[in-house]
Design a protein around this ligand. Structure first.
Ligand code: GTP
Ligand code: SF4
Ligand code: MG
Length: 412
């Protein structure tokens, strides 16, 4: 996490008057004592930076600033330092006390709007008072995300996370690469594409096409084969490929035909990372260990493709999980933009690769699962887990592999 260069982190600036609870809010969202909190106005004097992996957003840099509503020489210095932070803020948070919105907050807010910086407004200390309804309505009308928090108790902090996710610029949300970073310029990936009765006539499917394009864009190259030809294709190469990627349908055969030293994963696992958050989905997959007969599982597909024959989400995964658990499980399937409001009845959510959904929507679903304390994982991970090859399929992703191994050793 700390390895992400600072320039690639989303810089989130926390601004507001002294004592509104900027530092408290930072500590609440990071669950750490990053910044000193006190009842004395002017506690934070210099900007405090905290790099972190903010699930489900990714690598961010929070910048807690000094309250900038006081006068005098000291106040002016603080104002100058805080204003420098404006220039490197990708996403601004203007924090106010519930009844405290005045011309100071309005100026801060207007300046961010003028700079084109997306802004979230937080009314903190809502344990003491409700924010002014007219002001909230006015901001909401301007399509500004308004969040109510009480940083002291942690109330509203998850809403705050959701607001950051909703407001973060699209180019930060959208992962630039599917697999090119795992392959590298001048290197090769082999993509295994079964042409079975589930394959659409005369074309490849979206994840396959996008993977090829991603490799070409990064000056890598690829060979596309059916699973039957993989072994022969590998033998023809005088240098092993950097990565083999298979459709989950052919996982076992491809694992058997790919030399152990060549890294192997699936399109669906690549998409768990590309469209969502692989680490969180790996954690979710380990929840299978805790399933019991009778548990309810939500299978979510992001589009209404027509299942043909032995469909992964409706037939194979339910069959494998039922065998693993040793009793009947209750499966419910939803499609497209349908996603239940109430996730509490489910012990696990299993999502498709969501190739037809944008990343922000997928991350929002992940956050909703988190809010409901329901683990979420995806097809590719569940298939690899059920076939006993998840550890191998995670080798290209060391952080996810560590998470998986730790979870396994904890459950032993
Ligand atoms: N009741 C209540 N008090 C809060 C809340 N959040 C923060 N406080 C208190 O408000 C005071 C100021 O909090 P800080 O987090 O230091 O505020 P700040 O905006 O960082 O202040 P400066 O660094 O001085 O600009 C502290 O005494 C906090 O305990 C809240 O949600 N409710
Ligand atoms: S969105 Fe999901 S269900 Fe639809 S094609 Fe992509 S992976 Fe399959
Ligand atoms: Mg402070």
């Amino acid at each position: 996490m700390e390895r992400t260069p600072k320039g690639l982190r989303l810089h989130i600036g926390l601004f507001g008057r002294r004592n509104v609870g900027k530092s408290s809010l930072l500590n609440a969202i990071t669950r750490q004592k990053v910044s000193i909190v006190s009842e004395i106005a002017g506690t934070t004097t210099d900007p405090v930076e905290k790099p972190m992996e903010l699930l489900p957003l990714g690598p961010v840099l929070f910048i807690d600033t000094a309250g900038i509503d006081d006068e005098g020489a000291l106040g002016e210095m603080r104002v100058a330092r805080t204003r420098q932070v404006f220039d490197r803020t990708d996403l601004a948070v203007v924090i106010s006390e519930p009844r405290g919105w005045g011309s100071f907050e309005q100026h801060l807010f207007d300046e961010m709007q003028a700079r084109g910086v997306p802004t979230v407004v937080v009314f903190n200390k809502t344990d003491l008072a409700e924010p002014d309804a007219a002001k909230v309505a006015e901001l909401v009308q301007q399509k500004i995300r308004v969040v109510r928090t009480a940083a002291v108790s942690g109330a509203g902090v998850l809403d705050f996370r959701q607001a950051l996710l909703d407001t973060a610029p699209a180019d930060f949300i959208n992962n630039p690469t599917i697999l090119a970073d795992l392959v590298g310029a001048g290197e090769m990936a082999i993509l295994v594409v079964p042409i079975d009765k589930e394959a659409p006539k005369g074309r490849l499917i979206v994840p396959q096409v996008q993977a090829i394009r991603d490799l070409l864009d990064s000056d890598a190259y690829c060979m596309v084969v059916k699973e039957r030809e993989l072994r022969d294709a590998l033998e023809r190469l005088n240098r092993p490929p950097r990565l083999v990627v298979t459709d989950s349908q052919a996982f076992l055969k491809v694992a058997a035909d790919t030399p152990r030293e060549v890294r192997l994963t699936s399109f669906s696992i690549l998409f768990a990372r590309f469209k969502g958050d692989l680490n969180e989905m790996v954690m979710g997959c380990t929840a299978i260990e805790r399933l019991k007969p009778g548990d309810r599982i939500l299978v979510a597909e992001a589009c209404s493709h027509h299942p043909i024959g032995e469909d992964i989400g409706r037939v194979k995964i339910p069959r494998w999980l039922t065998q693993l658990v040793g009793g009947k499980l209750e499966f419910q399937t939803v499609q497209g933009h349908d996603f239940p409001e109430d996730l509490s009845p489910y012990r696990l959510v299993i999502h498709c690769g969501s190739c037809m959904m944008n990343r922000r929507e997928m991350l929002t679903r992940m956050l909703r699962c988190r809010q409901a304390s329901v683990p979420i994982t995806n097809y590719g991970l569940v298939v690899a887990y059920s076939l006993g090859i998840l550890e191998r399929a995670l080798e290209p992703f060391p952080a996810a592999l560590d998470i998986y191994r730790e979870a396994l050793s904890a459950s032993c």
